[in-house]
Design a protein around this ligand. Sequence first.
Ligand code: NAD
Length: 484
Amino acid sequence: MKMNDVTKQHRNLIAGEWVEGAEINENRNPANTDEIVGRYARASRDDAKRAIAAARAAFPAWSKSGPQQRHDLLKRVSDTIAARVDELGELLAREEGKTFAEAKGEVMRASQVFGFFAGETLRQTGDAIDSVRPGVEVMVQREALGVIGLITPWNFPIAIPAWKIAPALAYGNCVVLKPADLTPGCAWALAEILHEAGVPEGVFNLVMGRGSEVGAEILDNPEIDAVSFTGSVETGRMVAEKCVAQMKKVQLEMGGKNPLVVLDDADLDTAVDCALNGAFFSTGQRCTASSRLIVTEAIHDRFVEALTEKLRALKVGDPMDGAVHIGPVVDENQLEQNKRYVTIGQEEGATLVCGGEVIEGPTPGHFMTPALFTNTTNEMRINREEIFGPVATVIKVVDYDEALRVANDTDFGLSAGICTTSLGHAAHFRRNAEAGMVMVNLPTAGVDYHTPFGGRKGSSYGPREQGQYAREFYTTVKTSYIKA
Ligand code: NAD
């Protein structure tokens, strides 16, 4: 296994060169804060400017490079990621804190995404249409947009960069990636893989650093044509305002407060497993996490009892320990936020059934037991605001109609789930849930890589990500009229 060298400075990739940063970012393991995962360069605003200029200079050639070259590059990247799954999975688990098994799953997802978009380079579509004017032909084709700025969060540090980089490059764009400052390791590894796979100079650039420096340059620089952002609602709103003011194309994926409805006729084991996985796996740090469990009266007590029993059996600890189900919270700030919301829930009158305690792990890290609240109402802050930790609530409702109303009564609309054996309720929920993704008898988190991803209301803005729908964002349409 190729291990990360902690003495080396992992530099930024600008115009095909590895460039030192203005500062060094010590990337620490949230399961053991004494352990440095790696030292990463923090770019300055000037570095970001140079990366953007390099991408602009590379665009004319790359956008005309043709599908075979782009296919071969993306395929090599996909194959290399898959071949290095154990090493990259360990890096991911050590910098972000999800379990090794989950981390390897995420790495494979990144490989599959590159594989999918390698294929997409060859599956171009367009239209040839007869004009209403005699002797004139019309063609509709898609072209690359230009230079795309990608700004990504810490919670999926390889999959999210992958599902933005792969379509951007596949459709002929050049890229400047700014990963989250908390998790630069996976983005750096991806940059190294792209570089070694032969990405031409300037076509892909990595600028690790702070949002206020590197992120701000991406938003302000007129040479950036489009920005794809994933992160919090607060930052997303600011990103959109800046982009719209400059007429940059923009796509945002943000938070969630995803409901999982459990009806009286649900299979209890299925419902409990969906809640356990959806709400608590990956330490609850998923935008698609089921943070609101909306449960009808007759199954409520059995559901809470069975879920609590399973929660108490979960082992929290070192993500590299195969017996551990839940790794650490990503950092001190997120841990403080989780603790704050546990206190808010108690002050609001909810009942903390289990968990919510900060515990000592085998090493100094940010460990917290998964928390479940009952006796909550949908008006409480713990049901309205995204916590982004291993904290879920149960909202008791009378029947399906109330469940659907409560599920939709939120500022967010990313994913919504229902556990039921009623075809009628499943079909009605699928049509009436105000969310970008609906899950029936499945956890709200966990999606395919070849299908559109995104939400409604405060969760998303702009075209969908992933699958063929990604081309809506990463291409622009040209209509040509030809008279022979
Ligand atoms: P964040 O908004 O703090 O940061 C996201 C990115 O924006 C980071 O790279 C950050 O450095 C950058 N940034 C911060 N300030 C900036 C500025 N002024 N200018 C430009 N860039 C700036 O989010 P986070 O804490 O990294 O991630 C957690 C959030 O991401 C949660 O709200 C979660 O729901 C959301 N998320 C959403 C999805 C989705 O697809 N909907 C997926 C994963 C995470």
